[in-house]
Design a protein around this ligand. Sequence first.
Ligand code: 6GU
Length: 232
Amino acid sequence: MRIDIYTIFPAILTSPLQEGLLGKAIAGGILDVRVHDIREHAEGKHRQVDDAPFGGGPGMVMKPEPVFEAVTRTLGYGVDELDALQKKIRVFMLTPRGERMTQTKVEEMAALDHIALICGRYEGVDERVLEHLCTDALSIGDYVLSGGEFAALVVVEAVSRLVPGVLGNEESLACESFCGGLLEYPQYTRPAEYCGWKVPEVLVSGDHGAVEKWRRDAAVEWTKKRRPEIGS
Ligand code: 6GU
């Protein structure tokens, strides 16, 4: 899978993409993640990427040309070939105005072979980018970030772990939080007693049936208490 990310702060993305299983998958060529600096595609001596909003108001708005230029050039299309680009590549604007990301949405994205993520600044991006370049607008939750960079990392992390070969142990995908409409059950490891706190007896009993039932019940109870709206 290929993911192209467009930002005016590429350094925010650099080291997170080099760490852990994600870093390994990128280094090993299982995932092709490319970070592009929008500013490199801006014109003029100052390579200006933003300007004051028409109509007035606070903050700056990201100019359209550098974003259109960055995305089309790096993907090998002309600005007059947006239909063709959008047929091959889904282009997501990361914005709190977008559709809220869920695990279902993540699964849908993981099935695509090429996506582009544009990191907007919270104050705004010229709406023509959304109207004519993007195919989708995506939010990672109901709160506000100053820019889409951390959201892009969340998307890459969530999507990439569903790409075959990225996780070491594919089995860890089989059942986890949100599978079957339940949050995950609690886990314990050695020592069996720490500061007088013992792990649940059933987990060290060797009775696999009883362990399964305990986990199921614990997941139901946890979910009911914290996320009653998703319980099945
Ligand atoms: Cl994708 N971007 C920003 N700036 N804020 C957000 C977000 C995205 N998702 C939730 N809040």
